[in-house]
Every structure is written in structure tokens, then in C-alpha cells.
Write a protein that binds this ligand. Structure first.
Ligand code: DQA
Length: 147
């Protein structure tokens, strides 16, 4: 199985940015833990981060035909990124949305996700472990084990 792990704006600053909210791990550290888990579960992980919505859309358009599923933390684009949402929907792939923080326990505007309606599911508030949970759930889904 080939899984795309996509991170949106400002997630390249993990490890420096608001550690009380987003944790101490850098994105490279999270990627490495998720890739190790992927190896154990026989999944090939391709990870990508950009601060630009257009670059995220380009990546999804280029990669989705050779992938089986997408795990995405869209950062603030979660709340207003309609072209990102369209690209994810157009990919036709199962999508799991991940947030390090609990977006429902913060500012009111963060509680709205424009991605959630086209996602298979959402994990919010479990920190970096959310990516691991998402990977396990997505692979189970792809193998038909969630039924
Ligand atoms: C985030 C939550 C978003 O509201 C925020 O803009 C982020 C990170 C999270 O992982 O908790 O950049 O997606």
C-alpha cells in the first residue's frame, strides 16, 4: 500500500511553534516515527509539507494516481482551504484528517473543517500519535478489515 502523508502551512515549524499546543516533536521526527510504523505494517509512505495551498494541490494531483490513501493535516487550510478540499475529493482516495491539537477545544473558528465532509474520518487532539492511529486505521480500511 502506498500512503501519502501531507502537512500544510506552518507544520514545518513543529518543535519550535507553540509546544504546549502542538508538542515537542519536529515534523521530521514525526515523519520518521510514522515511516517506521509504515515499514512494520508493509506500507510505503511518501511525505510532503508545504506552506502553499497551490503546492499541496499540485502534489495531490501528481501523486494520487499511484497512491492508495491520504493522511493529511491541512493546518489552517482546514478551516477555509476549498481548493485543497476539491483536490482531495478529486483524488478519489480515502482521506484521514489529522490534527495534533483538539480543534473543538480551541477558538470557535477552528471547530469548522471544510475537509471533514470529504474525509473518511478525523483524528483531533492526540498529538503526533494521531498520525500513527490514522495510518493503522487507513490500512485497515484499505484491507477491508474495518467492516
Ligand atoms: C492544526 C490545527 C489548525 O487549526 C492550525 O491552524 C494548525 C495545526 C493541528 O494540527 O492541530 O496549523 O491543524
Amino acid at each position: 500500500m502506498k500512503i501519502l502523508i501531507i502537512n500544510g502551512p506552518n507544520l514545518n515549524m513543529l518543535g519550535k511553534r507553540d509546544k504546549a499546543t502542538y508538542g515537542r516533536k519536529t515534523l521530521a521526527e514525526i515523519d520518521s516515527v510514522v515511516k517506521k510504523q509504515g515499514e512494520k505494517l508493509d506500507a510505503e509512505i511518501t511525505s510532503f509539507q508545504s506552506n502553499s495551498e497551490g503546492a499541496l494541490v499540485d502534489f495531490i494531483q501528481q501523486q494520487s494516481s499511484s497512491a492508495d490513501g491520504i493522511i493529511i493535516n491541512p493546518g489552517a487550510l482546514t478551516h477555509y482551504g476549498f481548493s485543497l478540499r476539491d483536490a482531495l475529493a478529486d483524488s478519489g482516495l480515502p482521506i484521514i484528517e489529522v490534527h495534533l491539537s483538539n480543534i473543538y477545544a480551541r477558538e470557535e473558528w477552528r471547530a469548522k473543517s471544510v475537509i471533514a465532509p470529504i474525509a473518511k474520518g478525523q483524528i483531533s487532539g492526540l498529538g503526533w500519535q494521531g498520525y500513527i492511529v490514522a495510518l493503522q486505521a487507513l490500512l485497515a480500511e484499505l484491507k477491508g478489515e474495518n467492516i
